[in-house]
Design a binder for this molecule. Structure first.
Ligand code: ATP
Ligand code: MG
Ligand code: MG
Length: 543
């Protein structure tokens, strides 16, 4: 078995050509520092990186689009830098839209002076209604002096200033709503995480993006396809402000079933404590999916493979986790864990009188991964569910040991349990003990049950196993859906278990397999007095 590759096939080429690349390619990834990166952002970041660094030998800029102080924080900015590092995306330069606030301000003043922008104070609903009905604002033809005065009022952040905003003067009769006088500047007296209280006015994305793209020498501005309608507006700003040409290139937004990707909603579930934080294993953030056990090369492969698709669709998590399994299966060390609750003690007749420890390969198909200790002795435990399935005198296989015959079962004498199971019509009395008789000459190929077991003559490692479900109950939530209505009540499933002595040496982030239980990522290593914590890694069924 080959160890998993640690990089994606760099030779792979995706047929997603950009126009006019002979004069160099400069792309940018422009996150707003208003949350942690999620899997949708990963697509944008990897595509920009792919074009700039793999396909065209160009340059990529990481630009913090920090134009809304109310939503942005240094914490998010730092997290984005770290997450890109983890993803192997290395920007050639890091810039901030806030570094251009003076320039953007001056250009807005120029637009007003040239009659290309005006101040408006119509309430939000009226603005929307007039835009829908293609009605010009009462302020559309105010004088340059009035407009400049309102802009200065905004800049000062006065009470009056907060009521105004600046709109570009395009075409209120256009069939394209994005051309009906978009808002380009807003007043917001909240302090900004980088510029403090220097500015009380902030450019909108629509205004800042084309200008900063052109000024920074971006050649191709990649955006998701819901910006298609805004390409004309983007190009209008470039032309009106006499700026260098920039190509727009749109790719499809990534969506997953039963998954929240809107930063507003993600912030809400973090703030209200629905999840443990931005790195919660149920979150589709870079940190969340890593904590759930996703490996970076698998993530790169999964995303780049779908590069060219422009269809907006909802993906299932199945192929995402199946891709990951290809990477972890050959390198995940294999151990044993038994469910603690109602575990069954067995005596094994014919086992060595004194416990014997052997070194075995930690992965049957990958000897390079090293050895683990396996203890053989008369006293072992196994899962209640396995014990329940045994017939009288059934021959079973104890994995990595050999066959044994089930000679005797002892049941609990709990009368309540007995009555309940009688009522339920099932033979579900708890088995407390089993007597097994080793039968090593038996053929392991002929038994129906290969059973995991643990000798109790070793220091068993307490470990809490977690499995998770989707955070929401609706496959494709509508924007109108109220979060409370679609949140899943129970998303966390916890099982206490006992694992073999080797598990005590595992470290945080190790990805292992517990035989017959699946893949797990160690979230917390064993500490003195505290058990280890492991998260089930999905392999294709549910996230
Ligand atoms: P939200 O709407 O949740 O605030 P956003 O798109 O505004 O997300 P940004 O930080 O502005 O978040 O996004 C940075 C880049 O990532 C943008 O180029 C954006 O188009 C891209 N992006 C965001 N979400 C997705 C997604 N689901 N699929 C693909 N690209 C995305
Ligand atoms: Mg946003
Ligand atoms: Mg955005």
């Amino acid at each position: 078995t080959k160890p998993a590759k640690d990089t994606v096939d760099e030779g792979a080429s995706y047929d997603i050509g950009l126009q006019d690349t002979e004069h160099g390619v400069v792309t940018r990834f422009p996150p707003e520092p208003s949350g942690y990166l999620h899997i949708g952002h990963v697509k944008a970041a990897l595509l920009n990186d792919y074009f700039a660094h793999k396909k065209y030998n160009g340059k990529m800029i990481l630009r913090f689009d920090d134009t809304n102080p109310t939503k942005e924080k240094q914490e998010y900015q730092d997290a984005i830098v770290k997450d890109l590092e983890l993803l192997g995306v290395k920007p050639d330069q890091v810039t901030y839209t806030s570094d251009y606030f003076q320039d953007l301000y001056e250009r807005c003043v120029q637009m007003i002076k040239d009659g290309n922008a005006y101040a408006d104070n119509s309430p939000q609903e009226q603005l929307q209604k007039e835009r829908m009905e293609r009605i010009e604002s009462a302020h559309r033809n105010d004088s340059v002096e009035d407009n400049l005065a309102h802009f200065e009022e905004m800049k000062a952040g006065t009470e009056e200033g907060t009521k105004w905003y600046i709109r570009a003067k395009l075409d209120m009769s256009s069939d394209n709503g994005a051309l009906r006088d978009p808002v380009i500047y807003r007043c917001n007296p909240s302090p900004h995480h980088r510029t403090g209280s220097t500015w009380k006015i902030y450019p909108t994305y629509d205004f800042a993006c084309p200008i900063v793209d052109a000024v920074e020498g971006i050649t191709h501005a990649l955006r998701t396809t819901e910006y298609n309608d805004r390409d004309a507006q983007y190009q209008w700003f470039l032309k009106t402000l006499n700026l260098r040409h920039v190509y727009n290139w749109n790719f499809s937004r990534m969506n997953f079933i039963r998954t929240l990707l809107s930063k507003r909603k993600l912030t809400k579930i973090v703030d209200q404590g629905t999840v443990w934080g931005w790195d919660d294993p149920r979150m589709a953030t870079v940190r969340g999916i890593r904590r759930r056990g996703m490996t970076i090369p698998a993530l790169q492969e999964f995303i780049l493979k779908q590069g060219p698709s422009k269809n907006i669709n909802y993906q299932d998590w199945t192929s995402f986790w199946a891709t990951n399994k290809k990477y972890i299966d050959p390198v995940a060390a294999r151990y044993t864990a038994v469910v603690k609750q109602d575990h069954v003690k067995c005596t094994v007749a014919g086992a060595p009188e004194a416990p014997r420890t052997e070194d075995k390969d930690v992965h049957a198909k990958n000897a390079e991964l090293g050895k683990k200790k396996v203890v053989f002795s008369k006293h072992i435990i196994l899962d209640q569910a396995d014990a329940q399935s045994f017939g009288d005198d059934e021959e079973i296989t104890l994995m990595s040991w050999g066959n044994a015959i089930v000679r005797k079962k002892h049941y609990s004498l709990n009368p309540i349990a007995a009555v309940t199971s009688l009522v339920a019509g099932q033979g579900e009395r708890t088995i407390t003990e089993l007597e097994l008789e080793l039968h090593l000459q038996g053929d392991v190929k002929k038994t129906a049950k290969k059973i995991t077991w643990l000798s109790t003559d070793q220091d068993l490692t307490p470990v809490t196993l977690y499995d998770f479900d989707y955070l929401i109950t609706k496959d494709k939530p509508d924007p109108e859906d109220k979060l409370e209505d679609i949140l899943n009540d129970k998303t966390e499933f916890k099982t206490e278990a006992l694992a073999d002595c080797n598990v005590a040496g595992l470290r945080e982030d190790d990805i292992v397999q517990f035989d017959r239980k699946g893949f797990f990522r160690i979230d917390r290593a064993l500490k003195h007095g505290e058990g280890a914590v492991a998260f089930q890694v999905p392999t294709g069924k549910k996230m």
